[in-house]
Ligand binder design. Sequence first.
Ligand code: HEM
Length: 473
Amino acid sequence: MPSIEQLPQPKLRTNTDIQGNVLAAFNKDFTDFRYLHFPDAAKGRGWLAAILNTVATTSETEDFNEQFSLARRAFGRDPVAAVVRCGVSLTFEGLLTVAVKPDQVRKDLSTFTAFCAGAAARAKDLGDTAESDPGHWLFGAGTGDKVVHAVLIVAADTDELLQEKLRNLDTVEQTHGIKRVHMDHGRTLTGAMKGHEHFGYKDGISQPGVKDFHREDPEHKGFRDNRAGSELIEPGEFVFGHKSEMGDRKAPAWMKNGSLQVVRRLRQDVAGWNEAVVDGVKQFTGTMDANRLGACLVGREKNGTPLAPPVSAVAGLGGDRNDFDYENDPVGEHTPWVAHIRRTHPRAFAGVGDHKPRSHRVMRRGIPYGPEFPGGADDGKDRGLMFVCYGTSLEAQFELVQRHWSNDPEFTPGLDTPTPHPHNGFDKVTGLAGHASIALADGTHGTVDMKRFVRTTGALYAFTPSISTLRLL
Ligand code: HEM
């Protein structure tokens, strides 16, 4: 059997038009976000032209990632060379500002309702109310020179490289008279928390595979078609101008090889979460402790082990940490319906209306910000997740996941027949305050009421153009 390196190269793997980070993750420990305002068209265009050469392509991003994993597999260490990668996106207002024919752009985008409205206008529908209301946001809801036109992501393997690049970008901003609305500093956590988010759970495990970009793994690990956790789905779900699952992701020619980007600055109340999982145990009959309750709310243990029984193990194929589809757990006795990973990706139960289950996936590119929580009582420090995702439909992908799957307690990510199943509630990781009902296979059951642990402190919808479209602006 050939090893994965010997298999033919997928077409998109060497693409030099799609920006890096859309299909191939930057995966950097030091990632800054700059939200910028263009005072006028000439300044915006000048700045874009000046940074164009620093924008990373899919090909170079994936080359690095491949060398990185080869070095780890072959030599058991990370490659020594450190790199810096940039990505740029434009909001609806940003596109209108720099476009030569803004009226045409407006017309071209008339069916992209959520994108044109912007994240702040959609906030209420997505549950961004009370403390998460746009009135409290650090960016994404401002007026005048606080309107964000561009999002610049600068990602580096070392802090020194990042700072060097930022100094260079400072000069470019000053030269072109660009105003900075806000900055965020994404940093992976360190030591035992490396790769984990602030609540303590391993993140970045389940991602969709993309046809023509990822290869099917002959050893049945990693991506494989027809496997709910790691299936290969059509590239048009993430990049315009390619085949999509539904064939419905139509866009004008200038959007080809581009993608829609969601940026959400999500502040996490870690002390509140820790307290709630300890207190919540009292509401359960059976065998429950804080670790088990936390795992039930996420769907995985802190080390990333899923609560779901693997599917492939049954067929003698081994299986890995993403090898499950909930089909063997229709009522949530292993992975409760309230679990974050089950609500945000119900796998076998993801068909919505006429849509195919694979048409609601998002490509996640999040990174924590703020200091690691030291434990104990709330220290008042601002920490959370810079949630970033890419896709070609805000409505059918990110918004559906957040509004319907996470926030709607009536949504049933399982088998709801013959009578409505009572085991339900809110996604407590990203959803609203409310109840979480859990009933496990060993008879342990209970319902807890919990406050909201994650609040939105900034949000944007932007378009990540292809390199060739950036050249035309
Ligand atoms: C998976 C945490 C926000 C969508 C996960 C996982 C963790 C996690 C620990 C499991 C690891 C993995 O499978 O990669 C968080 C935290 C958040 C947050 C702490 C906020 C502070 C969001 C948001 C969305 C989202 C806003 C989208 C609306 C997903 C999806 C998965 C996931 C789609 C993969 C589910 C699967 O395929 O099994 N998240 N998340 N998350 N999250 Fe989140």
